[in-house]
Each structure stands twice: as C-alpha cells, then as structure tokens.
Design a protein around this ligand. Structure first.
Ligand code: GDP
Ligand code: IMO
Ligand code: MG
Length: 417
C-alpha cells in the first residue's frame, strides 16, 4: 500500500513558525523533505530552551529517527550547507541530496548584492545570499546541478568558460571571476564532504511512497513570496506554494496528502514591498518587541502588522490548505484590542481578493477584544474566552479550521485540537 506525503506551507511572507511545526510533527514521520528555496530560509527550533537555526537542512534533522531529503527544487550553496551540517555529527544514512538540485556558488551572492545596490531605493531587500542569481542561471539554462560537483575538473572548466563569455557583464557589476586553481580546490573540497550524500532523490521519493513510508514536505518562505502568486517583484525566486513540492521533489499532485498552512496570529514581512496591514506605529513596535521579530538569517528587524484575512483566503485556496496552524498567539497577550484586516479598499471600492498590485490598497479593519495571557497554554479549553472567539472568527473569515495553535517557541507548548 502506497502512502501520501503531508505538506507544511507558509501562508504569509515567511517566518510564520514552520520550523517549530515541522519539528513537532517530524516526531511521527519517517522522512522530512525540502523542495524549494535555499539558505535564505531560517527555521528556528527550540527544544528544552536550546535554540537551533536551520537554513536548508530539513527540520526533521532534530528527530534522530527521521531521514531528510533535499530535493531538486532547491538551490544549494555547498559552502554554507557544509557549515550547517557541522551542527550535527550523525548525518550519514539520514541525509540525502538531489543530484538535480542547483549549485549556488559565492559569485551568485556577489551578483545578488551588486544588483541590490544598483537598484538603490527600489531594492527588493533580498537576503543577499545569491538566491535570485542561482535560480536565474537555472532558468536561463546555464546553471550547474549538484551532481556535477562529482567531476570537479569538468565543472571548473565550465564555470571558467562562463565567466570568460560574460566578462563585460561581470566587470560592470564589479564581480571578479573566480581563479581557476582556487575554484577547483573549492569544488574538490565540496565533493569530499557532500559526495556521499548526493543521490537520485526522485527515485527515492517514488520508492518511499510505494513502500508506504510517512513523509512530511517542509515548505520554505511563504505564499506571498511566491514567484508567481506573491507580491512580484518583491518575492523570492522559487515556487513556495504547495504545488512547488511536486516540481521540487519529482512527485505528482496525487501524491500529496494533508496540507497544513502555517500563519502567525498577526503578520510580518522582512524586506521591501507591499504589506497592506503593516502597523508602522507603536503597536507594530510592540509586536516586534514581544514577538522577537528579527530575522533568523539576516538579523534584520521584521516589519509587523495585523492578520490579513484577505491575503489568507488567497493563500488557503492556492495551497489547498486542510488546516491552519496559528502561531505566536502569545505575542498578542496583554493587548486591549486585536485588529484583523477583513477587506481592502482600492480606488474607493471595497474588494475581498488579492489584486494584481497590492501597492495602493488600503486595509479595512475589524477589532476584537484582547486577553491577558495565552503563553504556554497546551489545551484549547484553557484559553481565555476572548482568545477563543478571536480564533473562531478567523476560522469563519478564512473558511478553514485552525487545527493547531502555538503559544510559545517550545516544542511542547502547542495545542492540537
Ligand atoms: P519559519 O521561518 O517559518 O520556520 O519561522 P522562523 O523560525 O524564522 O520564525 C519564527 C520565530 O518565532 C522563531 O524564533 C520561533 O522560535 C518563534 N516561535 C514559533 N512559534 C512561536 C510561538 O507560538 N510563540 C512565540 N512567542 N514564538 C514562537
Ligand atoms: P523562511 O523559510 C522571510 C524574503 C527576503 C526578501 C525576498 C527575496 O525563513 O520563512 P531572496 O534572498 O529570497 O532573494 O529575498 O524574500 N525572504 C524571506 N522572508 N522568511 C524567509 O524564509 C525568506 N526567504 C526570503 O527578505 O524580501
Ligand atoms: Mg524564517
């Protein structure tokens, strides 16, 4: 009997708390798989007060019984990946890297940073890790796949040739060509460490599905950062929505089981671009302070605001969400009033969907009474009545059940309804 793969996906602009829920759920899965993004992601997991920051290694790694797959849809920086691997000393036999994942090299980060600088105040506010240029090379068909690092001489030749062909472009950006000998040594060192983990993960996915293994697919970033369905061009360069899991792992839509969408009880965004329910005042500052809203990957302060039910309905539909995990409810503790964006106003007209451009929409809010304390609560019935009413109103607005509620960063401070 075959199985289906369950999926975790971010419903806002990233940093919703995916890492905590993947780790929590990974306790009962055989495999955890990443399908998109790169080390732009930062997934934080807290176990017994100890904090782990994961970027590309699937968040199942903290469960010794789970095996971890990094699919073809990701861009992988060998240098950063190896650094991340050093946190763990027992990865052999439980980490598998797709030979078709694309390689992100230091020059991609240089190009990313140079482009952002050239854009000035129109910059996207990327993580500067080289994600856009690496995916750009993939789509333009001059990228390099991870399998190629198994032949360092050949890959070095190709990269040197690529730089020679594009010399004027790189000169204009101030990006230096890598030196051949240095590059070769670098790729050889990558092969030495990563070689034994590289495999055909597509065949592996089919095999474990056929065997009936339990599989969890871990999304990165969030729906509003999706290259097609987010706030383009202020997005990342991959398909972050649930459909991206099929492309990024070589499985088909019928292989997908239950979809859990992760959302904060409020909203944040890091980087530039439209954010209709942003609160630039004192309450936004308070959310940032109480929620420790500073990026895991770049340390940047996150922009904060209110739960956006319009964008959430968009995300629920696109991802086929079966249940929502509502995160960081405790961050709203102590507020007199909690706001929710229930509609947008565009050119004096009220709309209830996400339009082509979110730049000039005005949020229309509904207010809810606040509550004293939810922090650490593990049973739904123990929540204050006003918090329960808030959650039930959100369910009504987004048309999906809130099956999981998180009340602190700790693995166990989680309500399963
Ligand atoms: P991800 O990128 O979606 O995995 O989320 P991040 O790890 O970047 O950001 C979420 C942050 O919120 C992390 O620092 C988590 O430890 C923290 N966190 C997760 N759930 C909760 C919660 O319910 N309450 C509080 N206060 N913090 C949480
Ligand atoms: P996780 O998985 C939040 C944002 C960047 C920027 C835009 C493009 O932790 O939720 P990029 O470097 O990808 O080209 O940047 O996307 N971004 C994220 N924001 N969480 C993330 O990942 C993000 N990954 C990228 O801030 O606005
Ligand atoms: Mg994050």
């Amino acid at each position: 009997m075959g199985s289906k793969a369950d999926l975790i996906v971010g419903l806002q602009w990233g940093d919703e708390g995916k890492g905590k829920i993947v780790d929590h759920m990974a306790q009962s899965y055989d495999y955890v798989c990443r399908f998109a993004g790169g080390h732009n992601a930062g997934h934080t997991i807290v176990i017994d007060g100890r904090k782990y920051a994961l970027h590309l290694i699937p968040s199942g790694v903290l469960n010794l019984k789970a095996k971890n797959i990094v699919g073809n849809g990701v861009v992988l920086s060998p240098k950063d990946f190896i650094k991340e691997m050093m946190q763990f000393d027992d990865l052999e036999g439980r980490l598998f890297l797709s030979d078709k994942a694309h390689v992100l090299l230091p020059y991609h980060a240089h190009i990313d940073q140079a482009r952002e600088q050239m854009k000035g105040d129109k910059a996207i506010g990327t993580t500067g890790k080289g994600i856009g240029p690496a995916y750009g090379d993939k789509v333009a068909r001059h990228g390099h796949r991870l399998g190629e690092i198994l032949d360092p001489e050949k890959l070095t030749e190709k990269i040197v040739e690529y730089f020679a062909l594009n010399k004027p472009l790189f000169n204009a950006m101030g990006v230096a060509a890598p030196e051949k000998e240095v590059l070769l040594a670098e790729i050889q060192s990558y092969k030495e460490v990563l070689g034994k983990y590289i495999t055909d993960t597509t065949q592996m996915m089919w095999h474990i599905l056929d065997e009936g293994k339990t599989i969890l697919l871990e999304g990165a970033q969030g729906t509003m950062l999706d290259i097609d369905h987010g706030t383009y061009p202020y997005v990342t360069s991959s398909s972050t929505v649930s459909a991206g899991a099929c492309i990024g792992l070589g499985i088909n839509p019928k292989d997908i089981g239950k979809v859990t969408g992760i959302a904060k009880a409020y909203c944040t965004r890091v980087g530039n671009g439209p954010f209709p329910s942003e609160d630039k005042g004192q309450e936004g500052d308070l959310l940032r302070k109480n929620g420790h809203e500073f990026g895991t990957t770049t340390g940047r302060p996150r922009r904060c605001g209110w739960f956006d039910a319009v964008a959430m309905r968009h995300a629920v539909r696109i991802n086929g969400v079966d249940q929502v995990a509502l995160m960081k409810l405790d961050v709203l503790d102590g507020l007199k009033e909690v706001k929710v964006c229930v509609a947008y106003e565009v050119d004096g007209k009220e709309i209830h969907y996400v339009p082509y451009d979110l730049e000039d929409v005005k949020p229309l809010y509904r207010s809810f009474p606040g509550w004293e304390k939810t922090e650490g609560i593990r049973v739904f019935d123990d929540l204050p009545d006003t918090a329960k009413s808030y959650i039930e109103a959100l369910e009504e607005m987004i048309g999906t059940e809130v099956g999981i509620i998180s009340t602190s960063p700790e693995r166990e401070d989680t309500i399963i309804r």
